[in-house]
Structure formats: structure tokens, C-alpha cells
Design a protein around this ligand. Structure first.
Ligand code: NAD
Length: 356
């Protein structure tokens, strides 16, 4: 089973090295036979190939079982005509990875002022306010005059219904609650269509309790009592913003894991960026990408009906939980280890764990 490995920029190479060590460890323990296909995106690719992401990576991704993508310095990529393309967008759009699933939960032994919570954000990944994936040709942002700019947001019934369906399927395996997050009091047509699409899908899942919240109020509700929420379904930008909040409330943005998935392909990706402020210092928390890789193994396990992949995914999750409980973490979680040392200790813990 081959995984395409793309470390990215900033802290990307550091958290990727730790993630690969953990993947090697679960691969040996559960006889997964994981093989890594190493390539590059972001600044390294721009310098070597004149573009931040190469077309042939799509073919390579299709030959692999999944992708593990590190964060990239997307804010610095301004001009696609100079090869400065957002690699996340490239894979999400080209492989139709419409569901960005971002689970966030608290861990025992990690101080948390808001009490325990366990929620998942199902974020639509292929349209919304993200100008680079909205249009067949051209961008969704227009500079009308040097002083007037317009941004177009596309919301479609098809994309809203498929993310809603992903959210309801998730809820059926959890606490059977879905909250639709929107701003339909102002964006009556677009967010109105989003809610209507989600409610139509809800009719197929009568066991699931559904409510909805405005995005602004939702931020207050989450900070007030996050345990109220199970699965949150929302459009692209709201989901992006909310999930940084919920990761930080769980303990650190460095716990922000995610999987981007569609019908045929899956891509593990931390929900944060390239963190240039801490890059190269061996202090970034690798758990975001490690847990994302675990989500990818779980997704592959369900797809292929493989007990070993599902067990490997579970071993990553329980390994991280045990590491947090014993303080073998980076400093954002109160520990004293570096990024590399966290990777070594988690890989060792998984290798030495007594089989269940
Ligand atoms: P960021 O998410 O990189 O960092 C925000 C804060 O969280 C920083 O203080 C950072 O040090 C901290 N942080 C992030 N990841 C951490 C980790 N694993 N461990 C400990 N602390 C962590 O946001 P930013 O600084 O606004 O963006 C930096 C670059 O990343 C920009 O170019 C932005 O466009 C890009 N970006 C990329 C992605 C992606 O590739 N998916 C996502 C978001 C932002």
C-alpha cells in the first residue's frame, strides 16, 4: 500500500518526519506493508520545478492509496501564472475531495477550562468563498477598479447535499446529532440553499436530531458549551474558521487533524498552516499530522473492509492519548519534548504496545 508523501513548507518537513516514523511503526505492528512515495510541493517544488505543485502528482496520487500532505505557505503564493498555486486547492479540486472532516476532542489529563467535548466539523471543501475553486475558468475574485474588489461565493445543491450526507453518515456512527451552521439571515439565497439541501438530506436519517445555528452565534455557543455539539456541517470558510477554534479549545491548534475525502481518494492534512513563527525550531506539535494520517488509515480501512487498517488507525489515536496522559508532548500541550522526540516516543509506544 503506497502513500504519496508531500512535506510542504515551514514546519511541514518536521511534522512529516515524525508522522512517517509513526506510520512505519503501525505498518510493522499491523503488517500493513506501507510504502512511501516521496515528492514535493510548495517552495521546494517552486525552486526545483518552477511550480508549487506539478500536474504529474495527480497521476501519482491516483496510483497511490492516499496522500499525506504537509502544510504550505499559501499566503505567499500570489500568482498562478508564475507557478504559485495553492497545493491544497489543487488536490481538493482535481481529486474532488469534497468532504473535509475535522474531528476535535479533549483528552483526559490535558487541562481544559470548558470541560470535555468531542465534536466533528464536516466542512464543504470544493466551493464557497474560496475563489480558487469556485470557477471553471478564471478566479472568483474580481478587481473591478484599483479601489473596488468583488468576491463571488458559489453554493450548489449538489455540493451541499453531498457534504450533508457525509455529515449524517458520520452522525449515525456517533451521537446522532447534526448542527447546520450558516448565515442565512443575511446570505438568504446561498446559505438558504445550503440549509435547504441539508434539511432534504436529513429526511433520509430520521434517527438523527438536527438543529441549526448562525455562524456568529455558533462561535459563542462553542465557547460556552462545546459538549453540546456532535457533528457540525457547514460551508467552506465557516468550517475552516470554526475548526481552528475547536482545535485550540481542545488544547492546541497542533491537535488539529483532518482528512479530505471524496468518492475515490483520501488525503490526510493537518488543519493548520505552515507556522513560520516556529519553523525549524523542533517545537511544532506533530500530532495534527499524525492524527490526520490515522484518519486516512481509518478511511482506507472502511473502504477496503480491512480490520488491520482500522486497528492501526485506532492504535494511533490511543497512542496519542497515552502520550498526552504521560506528558510526552511538545510544549504547546505542556510537555518538554521536541517534535522529533515526540515522533520517536510515539513510534516506540505503538511498537511496544501489548496487542489488544
Ligand atoms: P498557522 O496555522 O500556520 O499558525 C497559527 C498559529 O498556530 C501560529 O502561532 C503557529 O505557531 C501555531 N501552530 C500551527 N501549527 C502548530 C503546530 N503543529 N504546533 C504548534 N503550534 C502550531 O497560520 P498562519 O501563521 O496564519 O499561516 C502560515 C502560512 O500557512 C500562511 O502562508 C497561510 O496561508 C498558510 N496556511 C496553509 C494551510 C494549509 O496548507 N492547509 C492552512 C492554513 C494556512
Amino acid at each position: 500500500m503506497r502513500l504519496l508523501v508531500l512535506p510542504g513548507d515551514g514546519i511541514g518537513p518536521e511534522i512529516m518526519a515524525a508522522t512517517l516514523e509513526v506510520l512505519d511503526s503501525v505498518s510493522a505492528r499491523f503488517a500493513l506493508g506501507l510504502k512511501f512515495v516521496h515528492d514535493m510541493v510548495g517552495h521546494a517544488s517552486l525552486a526545483r520545478h518552477g511550480t508549487t505543485v506539478r500536474e504529474e502528482l495527480i497521476d501519482e496520487a491516483k496510483r497511490c492509496a492516499g496522500i499525506v500532505l504537509g502544510p504550505t505557505a499559501t499566503f505567499e503564493f500570489k500568482d498562478p501564472s508564475k507557478g504559485e498555486v495553492n497545493p491544497s486547492m489543487f488536490f481538493r479540486k482535481r481529486l474532488d475531495l469534497y468532504a473535509n472532516i475535522r474531528p476535535n476532542r479533549t483528552f483526559p489529563n490535558l487541562p481544559n477550562k470548558l470541560g470535555p467535548f468531542d465534536l466533528v466539523i464536516a466542512r464543504e471543501n470544493t466551493e464557497g468563498f474560496y475563489a480558487d475553486r469556485n470557477m471553471e475558468a478564471g478566479g472568483g475574485e474580481i478587481l473591478v477598479t484599483p479601489d473596488v474588489a468583488i468576491s463571488l461565493r458559489r453554493i450548489t445543491r449538489q455540493c451541499s447535499e453531498r457534504i450533508a450526507d457525509a455529515a449524517f453518515r458520520l452522525a449515525m456512527a456517533r451521537r446522532k446529532r447534526v448542527t447546520i451552521v450558516h448565515k442565512a439571515n443575511v446570505l438568504k439565497v446561498t446559505d438558504g440553499l445550503f440549509i435547504e439541501s441539508c434539511r432534504r438530506v436529513a429526511a433520509n436519517y430520521p434517527e438523527v436530531i438536527v438543529d441549526d445555528e448562525l455562524i456568529d452565534a455558533m462561535v459563542a455557543h462553542i465557547v460556552r458549551r462545546p459538549s453540546r455539539f456532535d457533528v457540525i456541517v457547514t460551508s467552506n470558510m465557516y468550517g475552516d474558521i470554526l475548526s481552528d477554534l475547536t482545535a485550540e479549545l481542545a488544547g492546541s491548534l497542533g491537535l488539529g487533524a483532518s482528512i479530505n475525502s471524496g468518492t475515490d481518494y483520501g488525503m490526510a492534512q493537518a488543519s493548520h498552516g505552515s507556522a513560520p513563527d516556529i519553523a525549524g525550531k523542533d517545537i511544532a506539535n506533530p500530532f495534527s499530522l499524525v492524527l490526520s494520517a490515522g484518519l486516512l488509515l481509518g478511511w482506507l480501512g472502511q473502504r477496503h473492509g480491512s480490520r488491520r487498517l482500522l486497528d492501526a488507525a485506532r492504535a494511533i489515536e490511543t497512542g496519542v492519548e497515552a502520550a498526552i496522559a504521560t506528558g510526552e508532548t511538545t510544549r504547546d500541550l505542556g510537555g518538554a519534548l521536541g517534535t522529533g522526540a515526540v515522533g520517536h516516543s510515539l513510534a516506540r509506544r505503538i511498537a511496544e504496545a501489548v496487542p489488544a
